[in-house]
Design a protein around this ligand. Structure first.
Ligand code: NAD
Ligand code: IPM
Ligand code: MN
Length: 358
């Protein structure tokens, strides 16, 4: 962040990525610059053309020193990664996952809100009835790169994929979730599979119990991940903050996106809470190859993620303004809507309408 007498400038690293990533990022960029201007700050945006096209040309998803190119930014914004022509484990392990891990963005924060004007597939749920946030561990757990394949091609070929749960890694995400619950409704749900995974998940439970002593006013509920999947459909109104391992948090946030209307509305922050590394914001959705190039991707998940970015760098008023513009638009039945929300408007029309509300 640089500051002269009048204007604060935020250095933003922008990685539009693959598929609909560039579609939802590019259309909205001028809008974000205008918001910055209106609220008395600026973005200095460095665009990185990293992703699968880059891979097909250079044999890697980002340059070898990619992480250090990002390291000094005030924040990072990413569109999506994933391409039908290259296996997902190559693309995701070449770009998105190394950033989350390498920049120690250990809190994956994913709000799930049923906005006014949005129809949930769940019967009887209206505006505000669903409002919870998932705190997903983002650097280890089931996503640890621990394992390998042996005896390739032989009858006794073997694959091992180990999950890694460290005390520090578990404690810090659990503590972040307790803190969030203390600042919200005071209710935390810890998601595990302790009945089957008696090592890592019981370890997780023990840590939840220990940290809970620091937060006597937060009520703690424990749910097994299968039951949680059921209860997010059956009684989503009862959740406030959920804390989960990397894989469980991934799965539950797709459910969260659907019950609150669409993947096209779900924002996400990969947050490094300290000052040592920048955080990264991105929609929950992927590159959506089934709609790429049609100009109909819903840009609102991306806009809400920019709002989270603004809040994270401290521009809370601008963040609120952007978030409110989205909620106003959704509440207005005559506003343009993308097809995932039952409308026929394209990405650009949605952004143009948003501009008129800011
Ligand atoms: P996806 O999120 O890309 O798409 C799932 C469904 O939701 C599709 O029908 C898609 O059209 C729809 N959808 C998603 N975003 C939308 C939007 N903004 N507007 C309207 N509709 C939207 O998930 P997928 O199909 O499982 O994965 C596609 C690729 O993306 C894969 O390569 C996957 O690995 C990758 N992926 C990347 C990320 C990421 O970059 N963070 C997240 C999830 C999946
Ligand atoms: C997400 C995505 C990623 C994840 C994939 C693409 C590796 O599904 O951000 O939710 O599992 O974290
Ligand atoms: Mn996911």
């Amino acid at each position: 962040m640089t500051e002269d007498q009048t204007t604060t400038t935020y250095d933003i690293e922008l990685i539009p990525g693959d598929g609909i990533g560039p579609e939802v990022v590019d259309v909205a960029l001028p809008l974000f610059r205008d918001v910055a201007h209106d609220y008395g700050f600026e973005f200095d945006i460095t665009r990185r053309d990293w992703g699968t096209e880059y891979y097909l040309e250079h044999g890697e998803m980002m340059p070898e020193d990619g992480l250090s190119q990002l390291a000094d930014a005030d924040s990072i914004f990413l569109g999506a990664v994933g391409h039908p022509e290259v296996p997902d484990h190559v693309t995701l392990h070449g770009l998105l996952l190394p950033i989350r891990k390498g920049l120690d963005q250990y809190v994956c924060k994913r709000p799930n809100v049923l906005f006014e004007g949005i129809e949930s597939p769940l019967k009887g749920y209206g505006a505000g009835d669903i409002d919870f946030v998932v705190y997903r561990e983002n650097t280890e757990g089931e996503y640890a790169d621990v394992g390998g394949r042996e005896h390739r091609g032989l009858n006794h070929e073997t694959a091992i994929q180990s999950a890694l749960f460290t005390r520090q890694g578990t404690e810090r995400i659990v503590r972040a979730a307790f803190q969030a619950a203390a600042e919200r409704e005071g209710h935390l749900t810890s998601i595990t599979k302790s009945n089957a995974q008696a090592h890592s998940m019981v370890f997780w439970d023990d840590i939840v119990e220990a940290v809970s002593e620091e937060y006597p006013d937060v009520t703690v509920e424990r749910l097994l991940v299968d039951a949680a999947s059921m209860d997010l459909i059956r009684r989503p109104h009862e959740f406030d903050v959920l804390v989960a391992s990397n894989l469980f948090g991934d799965i539950l946030t797709d459910i969260g996106a659907q019950i609150t209307g669409s993947m096209g509305l779900a924002p996400s922050g990969n947050i490094h809470p300290g000052d040592e590394h920048p955080s990264m914001f991105e929609p929950v959705h992927g590159s959506a190859p089934d709609i790429v190039g049609e100009g109909v991707a819903n840009p609102l998940a991306s806009v809400l993620s920019w709002s989270m970015l603004l809040e994270d760098v401290g521009e809370v008023t601008a963040a609120d303004a952007l978030w409110s513009a989205v909620t106003d638009q959704l509440a207005d039945q005559s506003a343009p809507r993308s097809p995932d929300l039952g409308g026929d408007a394209g990405t650009e029309a949605v952004i143009e309408d948003l501009r008129s509300r800011l």
